[in-house]
Design a protein around this ligand. Structure first.
Ligand code: ITT
Ligand code: NA
Length: 180
């Protein structure tokens, strides 16, 4: 198996590479991107992107569309997670959460996979946690320093531990089941 993972996100690629290589699947990064549909759900975005890129590249393609859904903010930033991370950042998200007692949030990853000429498959993984009160930890990427999972942020966990329980891991486990 050789899969092209289309992403501009280095953190995502590192995690997926580690998880796939442990299953003897070779993965290479392609940074050319894909058209991201404007949708409230991540599934159609990942499905469309995987199909589009596999046709273009003539290779089996994987994409990962993910996001952080904060309950007290009605699911924000959700499908806008990349925009918010780039333009506001974790500190402003924490400020939005300043007066909120319910800190629960869900990380969601939708893995899209498609082979040339085939139809796309999607695999969804989620993990629940709480938005912390301050950034903690230097590991991971993106929202990891503000996502508290059982008392430690994903930024504090380290890659190996994060990869055992993350939304991305859970989505990829469904992919492995489908492959078998
Ligand atoms: P692509 O090129 O793969 O699209 P991206 O960074 O734009 O990369 P998304 O569109 O899926 O990715 O946006 C997801 C956002 O959520 C982005 O800001 C990520 O950094 C963040 N995110 C996704 N998974 C994360 C994780 O495991 N830990 C922390 N932040 C995460
Ligand atoms: Na993106």
């Amino acid at each position: 198996h050789k899969i092209v993972f289309v992403t501009g996100n280095k953190g995502k690629f590192g995690e997926v590479k580690e998880i796939l290589e442990a299953k003897d699947i070779e993965v290479i990064q392609n940074r050319d991107g894909y058209p991201e549909l404007q949708e409230d759900d991540l599934e159609p975005i990942a499905a469309y992107g995987a199909k589009w890129a596999s046709e273009k590249l003539g290779m089996p393609v994987m994409v990962d569309d993910s996001g952080l859904f904060i309950k007290a903010l009605n699911g924000f930033p959700g499908p806008y997670s990349a925009f918010v991370e780039e333009n506001l950042g974790n500190k402003k998200v924490l400020r939005l959460m300043e007066d909120e007692k319910d800190r629960s949030a869900t990380f969601k990853s939708v893995i899209g996979y498609c082979e040339p000429g085939g139809e796309p498959e999607v695999f969804t993984g989620t993990v629940g946690g709480n938005i912390s009160f301050e950034e903690r930890g230097t590991g991971g990427f993106g929202y990891d320093p503000i996502f508290d999972y059982n008392g430690k942020t994903f930024g504090e966990l380290g890659n190996e531990e994060k990869n055992k329980v993350s939304h991305r891991r859970r989505a990829l486990d469904k992919f492995f089941e489908w492959l078998d």
